[in-house]
Design a protein around this ligand. Structure first.
Ligand code: SAM
Length: 238
């Protein structure tokens, strides 16, 4: 990897917003999910949450986008996704066209929050509507009653980005130095990261820029079965 590329990755990670996320509830078209991930990356979201369109469904590589710069935590139900974001102190704002919805510009996106988007046809499910802290809406002035889900997400996320820019939340790194180093390692050594995760092994030692330290030594320990084990289930790959 060139130094310029490494610098770019570092700059991106230094602007990531770990307390802003989106939940895509039962969005089933791969191109819509890929567009949502692209929007999320563009405003510095570090991780998004998905709720499966049906039981047992796992989103494929196509839906998750070819450039995986945002990690995706896949949930079976909305309740699971809600529990994950609430555990991080986030409020949930449902982008949902209801009678109780506020104009999307009236919400404070500088506080920890998850913005919930619904499925292409059904919209946000009933349980999620009830559990959300607020409903938010982009006012519609034309003949059609709703926007495409990724268009709606783009509009709301840009408002969140503007509020966070004004509050200085992009000025200092918000991820820990350990998280930044791990992301740099995973982005620069994707196959090796997958190799370790598939086998439940700890990553080889790397420095603060994610560069391998003593790769031959690690290979030797691998051959000798001396690489420590690691449970990766709670740490989604970037
Ligand atoms: N018939 C569905 C409904 O009544 O909700 C329309 C779903 S819309 C195509 C897909 C998702 O995009 C919605 O669930 C919502 O999250 C988001 N969305 C679309 N237009 C929106 C708007 N004007 N305001 C807020 N969210 C919107």
């Amino acid at each position: 990897m060139t130094p310029e590329r490494k610098q770019k990755l570092l700059q991106v990670l230094q602007r990531r917003q770990p307390d802003l996320t989106l939940i895509a509830e039962r969005v089933h078209k791969p191109r819509n999910l890929a567009a949502l991930l692209r929007n999320a990356d563009a405003v510095g979201i570090h991780q998004v949450h998905t709720v499966a369109p049906k039981a047992g469904y796992r989103y494929s590589g196509t839906a998750l986008g070819s450039d995986r710069w945002v990690s995706t935590q896949q949930h079976e139900t909305f309740a699971e996704a809600a529990e994950a974001v609430r555990a991080q102190g986030m409020k949930i704002y449902a982008a949902h066209l209801s009678g109780r919805a506020l104009d999307y510009r009236l919400v404070d996106y500088t506080a920890p929050c998850a913005i919930l988007f619904g499925a292409e046809k059904q919209g946000v499910g009933e349980e999620a509507q009830a559990q959300a802290d607020e409903h938010i809406i982009i006012p519609m002035m034309g003949m059609v009653s709703s926007l495409n889900v990724s268009t709606a997400a783009g509009i709301i996320l840009v408002e969140a980005q503007q509020q966070r820019l004004a509050a200085g939340l992009y000025d200092q790194p918000r991820l820990s130095v350990e998280e930044i180093a791990r992301c740099l390692f995973e982005w620069s050594n994707r196959k090796l990261a997958l190799f370790c995760r598939d086998r439940g092994l700890a990553y080889p030692p790397y420095d603060g820029e994610g560069e391998l330290i003593d790769a031959p030594g690690w290979n030797r320990r691998l051959q000798q079965g001396q690489v420590p084990r690691q449970d990766w289930s709670a740490t989604p790959l970037l």
